[in-house]
Design a protein around this ligand. Structure first.
Ligand code: G3I
Length: 453
C-alpha cells in the first residue's frame, strides 16, 4: 500500500510541476506583431547593412529607405521593397549623408504597421582640396617630427600639405641636447638636431611647440650623476632653461615646461630628481625660469592619461591651479595616447571641460590611437580601421567644441604607422596614426576631418 501511495505522490508531483511549467511557458510566449529595426552595421561611405527582428508567421517584409524622416524621398528601389530574409545591404549611396529606414512584416500578404525608424549617416570621404590643417579653424594641426624626416622629400611634402605646427618628438629633450656639465658647472650643448627642426619649421612658416624642458625620463647622465648641493643643482636647471628658451626666443611659440609630473592613479608628484633636489614647488620654479627668459612664449604643463585617470588629473589640476594663480601658465597639454575603445567621447568632454573652465589654452599634444589591444593581430583589419576612424572623429569633435579662445593645437604623435613609438616600446604591432606606411591617408584621416565639420 505504502509503495502505491509513494508512486501516486510522485506522479501527482510530476503532473503538478509539468502542468505549472507548461502554464508558465504559455504565459511567457508573446508574439511581436510589428518588426523592430536594428541599428545599421558595417557603415561604409556608400553602403550599410540593416537588419530587423523577425515577427512570427510573417511571409516576408517590405523595406523603405529614405533621405528624409517622413519617407517622401525614397532611395531608388527602396519604396516597399519586398525582402524574404531579415537583413539587407543598401549600396550605391552617397557618402556623408543621412538616411532613414523602416520595415513592415507581411501577415497573410497584409502589411503590418511600420517598425521604428532608424537613421544612419554614411561615412565621410574628404574631397581632395581639404587637408587636416584646412579643416581646422582657429587652431594648429601639428605633427611630431625628427631631423631625418624633415630632410626626406616624401615626408616634407605631406608635412607641408597637412600641418601648420611641429613638435620635436625627441630632439629638444634635455638628455638630447645637454652633452656634459664641467667642474665649474658650465653646461655643454649639442643644438644641431633641435636647430634643424626649428630652422625647417621657421622656413615653412609653421608654429613650433617646444617639447619638453623638464621630463623625468630625459635627464642627461651629467645631471643624474651630479654630486653638488641642491642649490647648485637648481642653478644648473635654471641655466639650462634660460639658455634653451632664450636660444629659441621668437622662434619657438610654446614650451612644455614640465612633462608628466604626476604618478599614475594618484594625485602625488613623482619623486623625480627635480622634485627631490628642488622641492615640492619645483614646477613653479621651472615655469618662472622659462617666463623670465621669454615673457612672450606660451608655457604649458603636459601629461598623459589625463582623461582616463581622474585621480591623476586632479593631481595635475592642483599643480595647474597653483601655476595659474602665480600667472605662470598659459596652457595644458593632454597627450591623448588612446585606443579604439577608450576613452569615451563623454569622458574626453568632461576632462576637457576642466580646462575650459580654467580658461587656459588646450593642446591635445600627442594623439595616437592604438588598435591591437590584445597584441594578437597581425593585420590591420577593415573593422579596426573604421573603429579607429570613429575614435579619431570623437577626439576632433570634442576638440572642436572648445571655445576658440582656448584652442591651441591638436598634434599627431608621428605621421605614418611605422614611425610610431608604440611598436618599439611595447614590442607589439600596431597602426596608430593617420597615414599608412606608404604615406596613404587612412580611414582615421577622414575621421579627423569629419569631426571638425
Ligand atoms: O636614436 C636611437 C638609435 O640610434 C638607437 O639605435 C635606438 C636603439 O634603441 O634608440 C634610438 O633612440 C630612441 C629614440 O626614441 C628615437 O627612436 C630611444 O631609444 C627611445 O627611448 C626614444 O623613445 C622616445 C621616447 O619618448 C623616450 O624619449 C619616443 O621616440 C618618443 O615618441 C617618446 O615620446 C614620449 C613623449 O616625449 C612624452 N610623452 C610620451 C611619449 C611616448 O613615450
Amino acid at each position: 500500500m505504502k509503495k502505491y501511495r509513494t508512486i501516486y505522490l510522485l506522479i501527482t508531483l510530476m503532473f503538478t510541476l509539468g502542468f505549472n511549467s507548461c502554464e508558465k511557458e504559455d504565459a511567457e510566449i508573446e508574439f511581436d506583431t510589428i518588426p523592430v529595426a536594428n541599428e545599421a552595421l558595417d557603415i561604409r561611405p556608400t553602403e550599410f547593412r540593416i537588419s530587423w527582428q523577425p515577427i512570427f508567421r510573417s511571409s516576408g517584409y517590405q523595406l523603405d529607405v529614405s533621405l528624409d524622416e517622413t519617407f517622401s524621398t525614397f532611395v531608388s528601389g527602396y519604396n516597399s521593397k519586398s525582402i524574404n530574409g531579415f537583413q539587407e545591404i543598401i549600396t550605391d549611396l552617397s557618402n556623408n549623408t543621412r538616411y532613414f529606414y523602416r520595415v513592415r512584416g507581411l501577415l497573410n500578404g497584409v502589411p503590418t504597421e511600420n517598425s521604428n525608424v532608424v537613421s544612419v549617416v554614411t561615412r565621410f570621404i574628404p574631397d581632395e582640396v581639404i587637408t587636416l590643417k584646412s579643416s581646422a579653424s582657429n587652431f594648429f594641426v601639428g605633427v611630431a617630427v625628427n631631423p631625418d624626416r624633415i630632410a626626406d622629400s616624401q615626408y616634407m611634402e605631406v608635412y607641408e600639405r597637412e600641418f601648420n605646427s611641429v613638435t620635436a618628438e625627441n630632439a629638444m629633450k634635455m638628455a638630447n641636447i645637454i652633452t656634459g656639465i664641467d667642474a665649474m658647472m658650465n653646461i655643454s650643448y649639442d643644438w644641431s638636431k633641435a636647430d634643424a627642426i626649428v630652422d625647417y619649421a621657421e622656413e615653412k612658416g609653421m608654429n613650433i611647440h617646444g617639447h619638453a624642458l623638464i621630463w623625468h625620463e630625459s635627464v642627461p647622465n651629467a645631471l643624474t650623476n651630479f654630486t653638488g648641493t641642491d642649490a647648485q643643482f637648481e642653478a644648473i636647471v635654471e641655466d639650462y632653461i634660460t639658455t634653451t628658451v632664450t636660444r629659441y626666443k621668437d622662434k619657438v611659440d610654446s614650451w612644455d615646461v614640465v612633462n608628466e609630473a604626476i604618478i599614475d592613479n594618484s594625485t602625488s608628484l613623482r619623486a623625480s630628481i627635480f622634485r627631490q633636489k628642488m622641492g615640492e614647488n619645483y614646477l613653479e620654479k621651472c615655469f618662472q625660469f622659462a617666463r623670465n627668459a621669454d615673457p612672450n612664449v606660451k608655457l604649458f604643463y603636459n601629461d598623459y592619461n589625463m582623461v582616463t585617470d581622474p585621480l591623476k588629473r586632479s593631481g595635475a589640476l592642483r599643480e595647474i591651479d597653483k601655476l595659474i594663480a602665480s600667472n605662470l601658465l598659459d596652457g595644458v597639454g593632454y597627450q591623448m595616447h588612446i585606443n579604439i575603445e577608450n576613452p569615451s567621447e563623454a569622458e574626453m568632454q568632461t576632462a576637457t571641460n576642466e580646462l575650459v573652465s580654467r580658461n587656459v589654452l588646450i593642446h591635445y599634444s600627442e594623439l595616437d590611437v592604438r588598435t591591437n589591444l590584445n597584441g594578437q593581430s597581425t593585420t590591420f583589419t577593415e573593422q579596426r580601421s573604421f573603429a579607429q576612424s570613429d575614435k579619431v572623429r570623437e577626439v576632433t569633435r570634442v576638440y572642436n567644441s572648445i571655445p576658440d579662445a582656448n584652442k591651441y593645437a591638436l598634434t599627431l604623435w608621428g605621421l605614418k604607422d611605422d614611425d610610431s613609438w608604440i611598436t618599439p616600446r611595447f614590442n607589439v604591432l600596431d597602426w596608430p596614426l593617420l597615414f599608412d606606411n606608404e604615406f596613404g591617408k587612412k580611414e582615421a584621416y577622414s575621421g579627423f576631418i569629419e569631426g571638425l565639420q
